[in-house]
Write a protein that binds this ligand. Structure first.
Ligand code: GLA
Length: 368
C-alpha cells in the first residue's frame, strides 16, 4: 500500500499578520503542490526529495535537532506524532514539488501538513483537521522556531477550487467566497529575496502585538483577548502609553482587519476595483506601520500602481521578501512582466519570477 498526498501552497488575498491576532484572513490554496509518496518500511525510514535533499533515520530513536534545517520539518513531525502514539512504523517518503520554497507561499506548512497526513495514515492515527493544524503549528513553533498563526495550515486543509476562505481566526468560522475574477487573474511575482530576516522579525511582531494588547487592556481596564477586537477609541486612549512603534503595529492590525471584511464584501459583489484599492492600502500599512516589507517588494508594488491594467497589488505573507500578489488583467500579464523585469534585475541583481495563481482545492490523499 502506498499513500499519495498532494499538499498545496497558499495565497492570501488580504489580511496579513492578522491570523495570530485573532482577526480575519482571506486566503485560497494554489494549484502548485508538494507531492509526497509514503510507504511503510520495516527497518529504516528515509526521505528523498527532488531538490537533492535526502535523509535516513529510525522513527524510534530519540529526537535530536539536525543542523540541516529542512530535516527538522521531518524529525519534528515524527517527534510530535510520537507524543500521540509512542511507537511509529518506519516509512519511506518520496517528495516532488512544483511549489517554490522561500517565496512566502507556504511551502513549509504544505510539507508539514503533508507529512502529518501521510504518517498518521501509515500509523493508524485518527486526526481531524483541527488536530492536524495544532500539530503542524507545534512543529513550526518548536522545531523551526517561527511563531506562525494558523492561516496557512487551515487553508491547505480546507480550501475549495475557485473559492477564497473568509476565515475568522478567533473561532475558525468560515465563509467561502467565489473568486469570480472575470478577465482578471491573481499574479504572484516572486522577488527571489530569500527572507532570512523573516523568522526573527516575524517573532518580534508577534511579541509586539502581545505587548500592545497588554498595554491597551491595562490603560482601558478592558479584557480584550486579542488585538483585532480592540475598538478604535481604546486604541486612541492608549496611544501615549503604547509609544510610536507599538501604536503603529496595533493600528495596522485594526485597519487590516477592517480591510479584510470590506474586501470579502467587495469580491462577493464583483467590485474588483474597490478590492484592488484595498490591496494597495494593505501594502502601505505593511510597509509603513507594520514594517515588514522590503525595497524589492515596494518596487514591484509601485510599478503595479503605475499600470492601468492592474487593479491592486501588495506584498503577501510574512514579508521581508517572497512575493507580491497582483490583481491584473490576464491579457496584460506578459507585457507587464516584460516591462519591469530588466529594471528589476539591474536595480537588485535578482531575477523576478511570475507565477499565475489559480485558486484550487486543499490537500488530497489517494491510497494506491
Ligand atoms: C506567515 C505565517 C502565517 C501568517 C502570515 C502573515 O505565512 O505562517 O501564519 O501570519 O505569515 O499573514
Amino acid at each position: 500500500m502506498k499513500i499519495h498526498i498532494k499538499s498545496p501552497g497558499r495565497v492570501n488575498l488580504i489580511g496579513e499578520h492578522t491570523d495570530y491576532n485573532g482577526g480575519y484572513v482571506f486566503p485560497c490554496a494554489l494549484d502548485l503542490t508538494i507531492d509526497l509518496l509514503f510507504e511503510k518500511k520495516s527497518k529504516e525510514s528515509y526521505v528523498n526529495t527532488d531538490l537533492g535533499y535526502s535523509m535516513s533515520f529510525d522513527t524510534n530513536t530519540a529526537y535530536k535537532k539536525s543542523n540541516n534545517h529542512w530535516e527538522n520539518y521531518v524529525l519534528g513531525t515524527v517527534n510530535e506524532l510520537k507524543q500521540i502514539k509512542s511507537k511509529l512504523s518506519n516509512f519511506s517518503c518520496l517528495i516532488k514539488s512544483t511549489l517554490p520554497s522561500g517565496a512566502g507561499i507556504s511551502s513549509s506548512s504544505a510539507l508539514v501538513c503533508g507529512l502529518i497526513k501521510g504518517l498518521s495514515v501509515i500509523n493508524n492515527i485518527d486526526l481531524d483537521n483541527a488536530e492536524i493544524i495544532n500539530l503542524s503549528r507545534n512543529v513550526e513553533h518548536k522545531y523551526i522556531g517561527v511563531l506562525g498563526g494558523i492561516m496557512d495550515q487551515f487553508t491547505i486543509l480546507n480550501a475549495k477550487k475557485n473559492m477564497g476562505i473568509l476565515l475568522d481566526c478567533e473561532n475558525l468560522k468560515t465563509k467561502y467566497i467565489n473568486l469570480d475574477l472575470g478577465e482578471y487573474k491573481l499574479l504572484l511575482i516572486d522577488t527571489n529575496v530569500k527572507h532570512n530576516l523573516a523568522s526573527t522579525e516575524y517573532n518580534k511582531r508577534v511579541i509586539e502585538c502581545k505587548q500592545s494588547l497588554k498595554i491597551i487592556n491595562r490603560v482601558c481596564n478592558s479584557i480584550y483577548s486579542n488585538l483585532s477586537q480592540v475598538k478604535e477609541i481604546d486604541l486612541s486612549l492608549s496611544k501615549n502609553k503604547l509609544g510610536q512603534t507599538l501604536y503603529k503595529r496595533a493600528s495596522y492590525i485594526l485597519n487590516e482587519n477592517q480591510r479584510v471584511m470590506k474586501s470579502a464584501n467587495f469580491l462577493e459583489n464583483n467590485k474588483l476595483k474597490e478590492f484592488g484599492q484595498l490591496m494597495f492600502e494593505s501594502h502601505l500599512g505593511l510597509k509603513n506601520d507594520y514594517q515588514v516589507s522590503c525595497k524589492e517588494l515596494d518596487f514591484l508594488v509601485e510599478k503595479a500602481k503605475e499600470n492601468d491594467e492592474i487593479l491592486g497589488a501588495r506584498m503577501m505573507g510574512g514579508g521581508f521578501g517572497g512575493c507580491t500578489i497582483n490583481l491584473i488583467k490576464e491579457s496584460s500579464i506578459n507585457k507587464f512582466i516584460e516591462a519591469i523585469k530588466e529594471e528589476y534585475f539591474s536595480k537588485f541583481a535578482l531575477a523576478l519570477k511570475p507565477i499565475i495563481a489559480n485558486p484550487d482545492i486543499g490537500i488530497q490523499m489517494k491510497i494506491i
